[in-house]
Design a protein around this ligand. Structure first.
Ligand SMILES: [Zn+2]
Length: 106
């Protein structure tokens, strides 16, 4: 079970159960988003503004910039991973399955 989620270093990291699972400077391809007019925003994460837990899901909101068009903005709640027993698994969406989803670049 996820027992603790928080951000570290003023929003530079998302920390789940004392493990840093995702940091800023990742680029998230986002679909169905409000960041800009791109069908798929290439969203450069600059800061995590909120983090929360919804059942097994760990969700976060982030602010940053679409590197495709230059628009700045903030995401809604994005599922960034889920607890699977004692393990935490990061999301690796192929895109398009659900609103406001994210998948992580390699
Ligand atoms: Zn864009």
């Amino acid at each position: 079970m996820v027992t603790a989620v928080r951000t570290l270093d003023e929003g530079a990291w998302v920390n789940v159960n004392n493990t840093r699972i995702v940091g800023v400077s990742d680029i998230w391809p986002l679909v169905d988003h409000d960041v800009c007019d791109c069908d798929t925003a290439l969203f450069l994460v600059e800061v995590f503004t909120d983090i929360g837990v919804d059942g097994p899901w760990v969700e976060a909101r982030a602010a940053g910039q679409c590197i495709g068009c230059g628009e700045r903005g903030a995401t809604g709640w994005l599922r960034i991973g889920r607890a699977d027993g004692d393990e935490f698994r990061s999301i690796d969406y192929e895109g398009g399955q659900r609103p406001s989803n994210a998948r992580f670049s390699d």
